[in-house]
Design a protein around this ligand. Structure first.
Ligand SMILES: Cc1cc2nc3c(=O)[nH]c(=O)nc-3n(C[C@H](O)[C@H](O)[C@H](O)COP(=O)(O)O)c2cc1C
Ligand code: SF4
Length: 490
């Protein structure tokens, strides 16, 4: 079923000025955003291979800043000093000059109006799906249990003591049914999806030590963001990454950092405390986490609400609620490619499209934010809650705020489709908004690690115009065209 875009009624300039959406919101003791409008983190694949900000990164954030959202969150930025492809990094002071330039650009383009946060992320190792022969001949661990299973599958005890090379050759030539019987579920997953580390891999020293290493890594990264001039830091505890995996019921660590919900929230709280301790009370620190993991055995909204209340109790300055985006139900990648956590049902809930079932994508995830907010308010805390997911009209956004379902409204893809849409609404010119179609062309580019653009504007340029920055293949413009009438700031 394909959902049509809902009709949009846009406010007059006076109505916008009197709205909750364009009223200020406090994000902790030290920060006030001028409006409850928010562009959440979106990875554009524009950093250098070494993780430095490029002119294209500055253009990307500068373009969003011209629409003057209350808050703009810089993409998931790696907190470690390890190579991670063209994603921004903040794991060393050498990244500071580029990040300072980014801050300056956003300040300038937004006339100082937009508050700028950076999202810090940690992720575990993920390998591409291997070529099967190579995996079976070189990387698979041939141990006693595997030999036993192979012997049982083949009805031949000889495999228990056969030379390792012979075992490997047999597996490389074996039909699928034999592989499924002989390989452990984890090895079979590595064969089909690529090897993926988990927070429960306690046999790996660096994974066992995460509770000791991550608080310092996050604290150092947040402090760099502070020194670069950002207004705050968003801890990425959502989707498929390390911190979300600690929160998940699939985290069965038995070392005090998993199991019960108290055990699972322990490291996330310690990271928050370490970041706060390093950056001080004058720096905004918030958390993005999942209102529902949308996978079998994962966190549901009741538990997420409890996590939200714990984060608020521990002094988080805001809570930004997302949904899904997990590896566990992702589609099998092609050989040589990495599994992408937004391809399965949980991924679809994270960035819902017009092909969504039931209610469609529009405001689809708001009930999760509302449940988190209720739990926080019931404990007497005013921590602001940010909702996202298919929010792209004034009435929907304002209704969410008026009904007290959230305190701030975030729009990722609508802001990509039209970075000026916030200002257009504010100026009473909503009829000029270029509306996102929620078909996820942009997400498809992200999936292929290509520079993210929007299909509504990326071919909209004169090929002879050398001033238009283009994608690597020269075919797409990299940022939305200017809004010709948008020169004068309100
Ligand atoms: C291209 C792309 C990249 C994204 N990158 C991030 C990210 O780095 N961190 C994050 O928390 N969410 C990321 N998201 C999710 C968005 O922040 C947002 O939660 C999601 O798109 C739903 O909101 P929307 O319906 O307004 O687009 C990304 C989304 C898109 C489309
Ligand atoms: S590419 Fe499609 S889904 Fe993405 S922002 Fe543009 S219109 Fe929206």
């Amino acid at each position: 079923m394909r959902h049509p875009l809902p009709a949009a009624r846009w406010p007059t300039e006076e109505e916008a000025a009197a709205s909750l959406l364009f009223s200020p919101v406090r994000l902790g003791p030290a920060l006030v955003a001028a409006h409850r409008t928010w562009v959440p983190a979106m990875v554009p694949w524009r950093a250098t291979e070494e993780g430095f900000a490029t002119p294209a990164v500055l253009d990307w954030y500068g373009r969003f800043a011209r629409g003057r959202p209350g808050v703009l969150v810089v993409e998931a930025t790696g907190i470690r000093d390890v190579p991670s492809g063209p994603l921004l990094r903040i794991g060393h002071d050498r990244f500071l000059p580029g990040l300072r330039a980014l801050v300056d650009r956003v300040r300038r383009e937004s006339g100082g109006e937009t508050r700028l946060l950076l999202q810090g992320i940690d992720f575990l190792a993920l390998r591409r799906r291997p070529e099967p022969g190579r995996f079976l001949r070189r990387f698979l661990a041939v141990d006693g249990p595997l030999r036993e299973r192979l012997a049982a599958a083949e009805g031949d005890r000889r495999w228990i003591a056969a030379p390792e090379e012979e075992v490997r050759e047999r597996l490389a030539a074996a039909p699928r049914a034999v592989l499924e019987a002989a390989l452990s579920p984890r090895d079979l997953e590595s064969l089909d999806f690529g090897h993926r580390e988990r927070v429960t891999d306690l046999h790996l020293p660096h994974v066992r030590d995460l509770p000791r290493t991550l608080p310092g890594l996050f604290a150092d990264a947040a402090d760099r963001a502070r020194r670069a001039g950002f207004d705050g830091f968003e801890l990425h505890y959502a989707h498929a990454y390390t911190m979300a995996s600690f929160l998940s019921p699939l985290n069965t660590r038995d070392d005090g950092w998993g199991g019960s919900r108290e055990g699972r929230v322990r490291l996330p709280l310690e990271v928050l405390a370490a970041v706060r301790g390093r950056t001080g009370p004058g720096f905004c620190v918030g958390i993005r986490f999942l209102g529902d993991e949308v996978i079998a055995g994962g966190t549901r909204v009741e538990e997420a609400a409890w996590f939200g209340a714990r984060f608020a109790e521990a002094g988080a300055d805001f809570l930004s609620v997302s949904k899904g985006g997990k590896f566990e139900d992702a589609r099998r990648p092609r050989i040589g490619e990495a599994v992408y956590p937004y391809t399965g049902p949980s991924g679809h809930e994270c960035m819902p499209t017009v092909r969504a079932d039931g209610a469609g994508p529009f405001g689809r995830n708001v009930p999760l934010a509302a449940a988190v907010r209720r739990a926080v308010r019931e404990e007497g805390r005013e921590t602001p809650v940010v909702a996202a997911g298919g929010i792209a009209t004034f009435d929907l956004a304002e209704g969410i705020l008026r009904r007290g379902e959230a305190d701030v409204v975030a729009a990722a893809r609508q802001s990509l489709a039209d970075p000026d849409w916030w200002r257009k609404m504010r100026l009473g010119r909503g009829a000029e908004v270029r509306r996102c179609e929620y078909t996820n062309y942009c997400e498809g580019l992200d999936q292929r690690h290509r520079q993210v653009t929007c299909r509504l504007w990326d071919r909209d340029f004169d090929p002879a115009d050398a001033a238009v920055a283009r994608s690597d293949d020269g075919r797409r413009r990299l940022v939305a065209p200017d809004w010709p009438a948008g020169g004068a700031a309100p």
